[in-house]
Design a protein around this ligand. Structure first.
Ligand code: UP5
Ligand code: MG
Length: 195
């Protein structure tokens, strides 16, 4: 795709920072298509006949990054399907969280417009995830997996944010506030970047 055909905003931030919650808000008000890489991977994990099911399950529980081939292919397919239905604006949530994914996506699919980065103290993310874990049924919402997800985020995903910062393509939102207050910052960022 060219950047005229499709616009992609990457939504990054630590586990439990509120990426999914704020993307849902943007979908309501701005008609973005919301593609969560984690949701796509969980759907693939549960899809009957998927040859990647067991592998995905393992990586998610261990808080590690699934090999990029799988995730990039799922995103490419989802973008294509939505594009065929006339959609052009995408929020790509929880991706790219490793440098190789960032480079491959931008080379093979489309360069991102910018990255919305949710900055959140670990203590707050931990509290949110443990709370959600009581009912989410997610295999990685437990203390042990959360610790691993935090480590992966710092070691593997923050370099991606730094990479885009060097290109001046990051808008940082502080998420240590109510959903509404955080959304005010998100709306301002979107308005500033794309009007
Ligand atoms: N909440 C949200 N905002 C709040 C606020 N302002 N005040 C109070 N509470 C707030 O929110 C988390 C919880 O906090 C919810 O209960 C919410 O109500 C509350 P949510 O919006 O779900 O946060 P989000 O940042 O989306 O957290 P999530 O757990 O989804 O983040 P992760 O990045 O860890 O999960 P994801 O699904 O993206 O990835 C899961 C795993 O998939 C990864 O660990 C990895 O193993 C794998 N993966 C890959 O391998 N490759 C990829 O490219 C992507 C994922
Ligand atoms: Mg999420």
């Amino acid at each position: 795709f060219s950047e005229k055909e499709v616009s992609v905003i990457f939504v990054l931030g630590g586990p439990g920072a509120g990426k999914g919650t704020q993307c849902a808000n943007l979908v309501k008000d701005h008609h973005f298509v919301h593609l969560s890489a984690g949701d796509l991977l969980r759907a693939e994990q549960n899809r009957e006949g998927s040859k990647y099911g067991e592998m995905i399950k393992h990586y998610i529980r261990e808080g590690q990054i699934v090999p990029q081939e799988v995730t990039v292919a799922l995103l490419q397919q989802a973008i294509q399907e939505n594009y065929d239905k006339g959609n052009k604006k995408f929020l790509v949530d929880g991706f790219p969280r490793k440098m190789d994914q960032a480079l491959t996506f931008e080379a093979q699919i489309v360069p991102s417009k910018f990255t919305l980065f949710f900055d959140c103290p670990e203590k707050i993310m931990l509290k949110r995830l443990l709370e959600r874990g009581r009912t989410s049924g997610r295999s990685d919402d437990n203390a042990e997996s959360i610790k691993k997800r935090f480590a992966t985020f710092l070691d593997t995903s923050m370099p991606v944010v730094k990479h885009f910062e060097k290109q001046d393509k990051v808008v940082t939102v502080s998420c240590d506030d109510s959903v509404e207050k955080v959304y005010d910052q998100v709306k301002a960022a979107i308005k500033d970047k794309i009007g």
